[in-house]
Design a binder for this molecule. Structure first.
Ligand code: UD1
Length: 426
């Protein structure tokens, strides 16, 4: 497994361009299966999760290439709607294929994606949404088979605004007969991006970005070329890294309006942020101030995907901060690792009490999941001495060569990969 070795204590400085959004690209790739023909998606980041999705699409008969940041798909030869269990288990987001494959083939076989490091992650809302659209859903052990000759529009209320369930139902309803309404829908920017993509192919979807989405079913879609939005979580990660190292960083290709809650929190810590069109500048030279209470909640509230990263900044702040995690039950795994670096954090149920320390110290730590891994990289950059981050494959799921991106900002960070004879080489 690859490791990142970080020599900390150097403020980040410089300018970088932000990658396209993983969480927008994944459902868009899945939604491409709704159309027959060639689809081109630009600004798709080179990530492990994207590779897994493309491999699943190839397994189903789709032709898929990823060159530079452009994915070209030819879905004409798609012949299967059975996602093998082994591939399903590699990535939870394979669940996104359920709606599109059911709509296109009239049946789909998937397997329970299972829980993951950050929580149980049920799919009941996905399944009840498809049932409401008229699908017969048979569950046998971990296998789930759905049938529907043609889905029928329905009024669907989500008990919780799940991002994935909202997207799956939207994709399934595009080719359904009649009108579908999703109430208490998730409002994340990636859902708006999915709406824009599907409408570019001729779908009739309105309201993404609000809590009510309506989908007027159409008979057929036409292929298109589309560009994915900037990744707000990668943007936020680098903003926090700039603040934690007390640096000055300029980020290009961002969407500042997607980061209002983070910008608000960072300003409360004393970090200076200026926004101009798609450019964000972040800078500070002072020790951050604590923030009394941050609560992660569905968009537009503070995102769970930036909880672990901002905790590193709060671990270095002057005073006590409180972080409450309401989305995923297992999302404090980074706390133990940060404690090994000198952080003073106590967890009680779903709240973390963070007493800021003046300094973190380098240590060998383990990335337990994607965003926890990103947090440890930030901690390593801010810490005194050398940090080794293990299990880097988690980070590669969501950051396109994080060491290259941060290296452009002057970070001293090197990847070491094992080679067959057990030597470790950069
Ligand atoms: C998406 C994002 C992920 C982010 C999360 C919350 C992608 C690829 N991933 O994940 O990065 O952290 O949103 O912003 O876009 N739930 C149920 N039943 C369901 C579905 C969800 O109980 O059928 C629960 C989950 O267990 C979790 C909560 O709802 O506690 C939020 O999950 P959801 O919004 O669905 O997140 P994902 O779409 O999996």
């Amino acid at each position: 497994m690859d490791k990142l070795v970080i020599e900390g204590g150097k403020p980040l400085s410089g300018t970088i361009v932000i990658q396209g959004a993983k969480n927008a690209a994944l459902p868009i790739l899945a939604a491409s299966m709704l159309v027959e023909g060639k689809v081109t998606i630009d600004h798709v980041p080179k990530l492990l999760d994207i590779d897994v999705m493309l491999n699943i699409l190839r397994e189903l008969g789709c032709r898929a290439e990823h060159e530079d940041e452009t994915v070209t798909l030819d879905t004409s030869s798609l012949h299967s709607s059975h996602i093998p269990e082994a591939l399903m288990r590699q990535m939870r987001s394979s669940i996104f294929l359920m709606g599109p494959l059911l709509a296109r083939f009239g049946e789909v076989t998937i397997y329970q994606p299972g829980g993951c490091a950050i929580g149980e992650r049920k799919i009941d809302l996905h399944l009840s949404g498809l049932r409401a659209l008229g699908a017969q859903v048979d569950e046998e052990d971990s296998r789930i088979v759905c049938y529907a000759k043609r889905l029928k529009g329905a009024e669907i209320h989500l008990d919780f605004p799940s991002v994935g369930a909202t997207e799956n139902i939207m994709m399934a309803a595009v080719l359904a007969e009649g009108l579908t309404t999703i109430s208490n829908a998730a409002r994340e920017p990636e859902i708006q991006d999915l709406q824009h993509f599907l409408n570019s192919m001729g779908a009739k979807i309105f309201g993404a970005g609000t809590d009510t989405i309506t989908i007027e079913g159409v008979e057929k879609l036409t292929p298109c070329r589309y560009q994915v939005i900037p990744d707000r979580i990668v943007t936020g990660t680098v903003m926090v890294a700039a603040a934690a190292t007390r640096g000055q960083v300029t980020l290009l290709n961002t969407c500042p309006s997607h980061l209002t809650s983070l910008i608000h929190v960072l300003r409360r810590t004393g970090v200076q942020i200026t926004v101009d069109d798609d450019i964000i500048k972040v800078g500070t030279a002072a020790r951050p101030k604590a923030v009394d209470r941050i609560v992660t909640s569905p968009y537009p509230a503070f995102p769970t995907d930036l909880q672990s990263q901002i905790m590193v900044l709060l671990a270095l702040a002057d005073g006590v901060s409180v972080m409450k995690e309401t989305i995923f039950e297992g999302r404090f795994k980074h706390v133990d690792e940060l404690s090994r670096m000198g952080a003073d954090i106590r967890v009680d149920l779903n709240s973390a009490f963070i007493r800021g320390v003046s300094r973190l110290y380098g240590a060998t730590v383990e990335a337990t999941d994607l965003r926890a891994g990103a947090a440890l990289v930030i901690a390593g950059l801010a810490a005194q001495g050398k940090t080794v981050v293990e299990q880097v494959h988690h980070i590669d799921r969501g950051y396109d060569r994080i060491e290259t991106m941060l290296g452009r900002l002057g970070a001293r960070i090197t990847r070491y990969s094992p080679v067959p004879n057990n030597q470790i080489v950069p």
